[in-house]
Design a protein around this ligand. Structure first.
Ligand SMILES: Cc1cc2nc3c(=O)[nH]c(=O)nc-3n(C[C@H](O)[C@H](O)[C@H](O)COP(=O)(O)OP(=O)(O)OC[C@H]3O[C@@H](n4cnc5c(N)ncnc54)[C@H](O)[C@@H]3O)c2cc1C
Length: 372
């Protein structure tokens, strides 16, 4: 089997590039993944109880990129879904991001207008001229009382560091609402794929020019692949960038998650897909996929998420050390492009990318390589 393009990783980045190279550029593509499934972290499947669940936590699709929405909509129909999140705080289930309802519920107030909420925030926030840490930024934006109820302990669970130890950039986008809006996202498009995410990736990879091999780790098998299929012209690598360079500039840190699944003899466990637990318990949140997928089933599966340093790499840790190290890897990767080697995706770019950004980056890269 001769191939033109070898793609390492069958997540969004790998699947988009495989589909584009195969269908637009008419190239022969081999996609390998070390996991036993396609779809990367967006993979979902039917569990033993017959419930559609995500293996790596629920994924909410939202975008304002017109071309990304058009592209992905070729592979799926959409169910209407608007994401909302609540937090368990002081024994109450309150809307998050904080809005007027949140403050009314927690402090037994009866605000009804934006003016009142703006005044409340003004009275409760701190005037910090040059915020250095995430704590400074939170105190400026939401004030101490909300910071302590929603952000302080949650950040520690998530990152194993207190907000005063973390750069201000981590909290750059702390959303706080001065009205009753309880939507989590503000993008133009939002929805749930009708048959789940895996079905999208199956359709993308279903092409005569694409072969897929699972349970194949690039680092263990690259020589065998080269021996059996000869040389390829283009290599797309979507795994961790530090591993690709054999950690020559040191290891990059990632935070991981342990998922605990439980199927219950209840139709629903909680009122919506996500409830965060900033202060209680060791887990950060409980999710219930049925609310998102709209599946009708007499039982339900819930997932608890425990942040950990062990396990699959999920979240790049935004410390200065990691960012400095990454910039060395980034330069080295740029240099390989003239040899037809491209590193792309969440792990290769060491960035938390939402799904739509991962789609966009892969479409842009194809355009850059092939002009398609
Ligand atoms: C817990 C979690 C929740 C998220 N929720 C949302 C959400 O609600 N909304 C949203 O928009 N985005 C969400 N995201 C982001 C979303 O998952 C990413 O945008 C998307 O997965 C990026 O796709 P990717 O192809 O770059 O990476 P991945 O999906 O990680 O795919 C990379 C693939 O490469 C494979 N690989 C790595 N190394 C090797 C190797 N040596 N050999 C062979 N294969 C290898 C991996 O097995 C993996 O399958 C979430 C991410 C996480 C971690």
């Amino acid at each position: 089997m001769a191939i033109d393009v070898l793609i390492v990783g069958a997540g969004i980045s790998g699947c988009v590039l495989a589909e584009r190279f195969a269908s637009v550029a008419q190239k022969k593509v081999l996609v390998i993944d070390k996991r036993d499934h396609i779809g990367g972290n967006c993979y979902d499947f039917i569990d033993d109880a017959g419930i559609l669940i995500p293996l790596y936590g629920p994924h909410m699709f939202h975008t304002s990129y017109e071309n990304v929405w058009q592209y992905i909509s070729r592979f799926t129909k959409w169910l209407p879904y608007q994401h909302r999140v609540k937090c368990y705080v002081d024994g109450l289930i309150v809307p998050f991001p904080v809005n007027i309802t949140t403050v009314n519920m927690l402090f037994n107030l009866n605000m009804t207008s934006e003016e009142e909420m703006i005044r409340w925030l003004k009275d409760n926030t701190e005037d910090i001229k040059d915020p250095q840490t995430s704590e400074d930024l939170a105190l400026m934006r939401v004030g101490r009382v909300l910071y302590e109820k929603f952000y302080k302990n949650y950040t520690f669970k998530q990152w194993d560091k207190w907000p005063y130890e973390l750069d201000a950039s981590l909290f750059n986008r702390i959303p706080v609402r001065t009205d009753f809006n309880d939507r989590y996202f503000a993008d133009k498009y939002e929805g749930t794929p009708q048959e789940g995410y895996t079905s999208i990736f199956q359709k993308m990879l279903h092409h005569k020019n694409i072969n897929v091999m699972l349970n194949v780790d690039y680092f263990n098998e690259v020589e065998i692949i080269k021996r059996d299929i000869g040389n390829y012209r283009i290599l797309i690598f979507t795994g961790p960038i530090d591993a690709f360079f054999d950690y020559k500039f040191g290891r990059l840190q990632y935070r991981s998650l342990e998922f605990e699944y439980e199927t219950l003899d209840l139709e629903y466990f909680q009122p919506l897909t996500v409830i965060n637990y900033p202060n209680d318990h060791r887990y950060t949140r409980i999710t219930e996929p049925k609310h998102q997928t709209g599946q009708s089933h007499p039982r339900t599966t819930v997932i608890k998420e425990y942040p950990t340093w062990q396990g699959d790499p999920y979240y790049p840790v935004p410390s200065q050390d990691n960012l400095n190290r990454y910039s060395k890897y980034e330069l080295a990767a740029k240099d390989l492009e003239k040899e037809g080697i491209y590193l792309i995706g969440r792990l290769a770019n060491y960035k938390h990318l939402n799904m739509d950004q991962a789609f966009k980056n892969a479409l842009d890269l194809f355009h850059r390589i092939e002009g398609g």
